[in-house]
Design a protein around this ligand. Sequence first.
Ligand code: SAM
Length: 249
Amino acid sequence: MTLRYHEIAEARHRILNPLTEAKLDLLGGICGLAPGRRVLDLACGKGEMLSRWARAHGVAGLGVDISEVFLAAARARAAELDVAGQVTFEQADAAAWAAERAGGTPFDVVSCIGATWIGGGLGGTLGLMRPLVADDGLLLVGEIYWAEDTVPAEAHEALGIGPEDCATLAGTLDRFQEAGCELIEMTLADGDSWDRYAAAQWHTTSDWLRDHPDAEDAAEIRSLLTSSRRAHLAYQRRYLGWGVFVLRP
Ligand SMILES: C[S@@+](CC[C@H](N)C(=O)[O-])C[C@H]1O[C@@H](n2cnc3c(N)ncnc32)[C@H](O)[C@@H]1O
């Protein structure tokens, strides 16, 4: 149901995370992308990052995602940006896909933006990504972090995120180091971009509920909208940060 909820709630989003288009472009510059470089994006969503980078930097992109709904949007966007010959998208569970491809021709950049559950958490996901990247390549991971040192129990409960499920920024640095990675850059969402990512979902979901009052799962979708909206306003925007971290393996 979580995936279905996001397919509905993010039907009008291009970027399925709290970064702005400008920050996605900034990340492309940070990574020193150049024509011919190969970028793998695990859990690529609608592939906006890959298609933008293909257009701006001439990279070759491969995106893997479990959602056919998001992948259809990714292929349409690649065609719209005239990069369909440079980027390809595959439907698969990203963890299984990564395990199968480990040891193949390495990629220059391997990313997983906003889906570290694919490897059972940050450390496990970095473990999936490392065998896929060239020795002098980069890993990009989009991850939540605790924005305050003390987070109330009600916030953990409302967000469904336990105290150890993520860390503060300094604690996240420790986790990167424990995984054998060097943090060399980052770009973080800010309060406004968090609000844009979340609030646009309320609007889209509200419209969907209005247009599909008899849908089998309408009550469940409404309940998820109600709880996620309240959790964002009460806790998420204060206690939870989000960013993309650039790592050297
Ligand atoms: C928060 S979205 C991020 C999408 C994209 N990286 C972006 O930032 O725009 C999470 C993505 O993970 C995908 N996903 C969830 N579980 C997955 C899995 N096991 N394997 C591959 N993709 C998965 C969802 O379909 C969704 O596209």
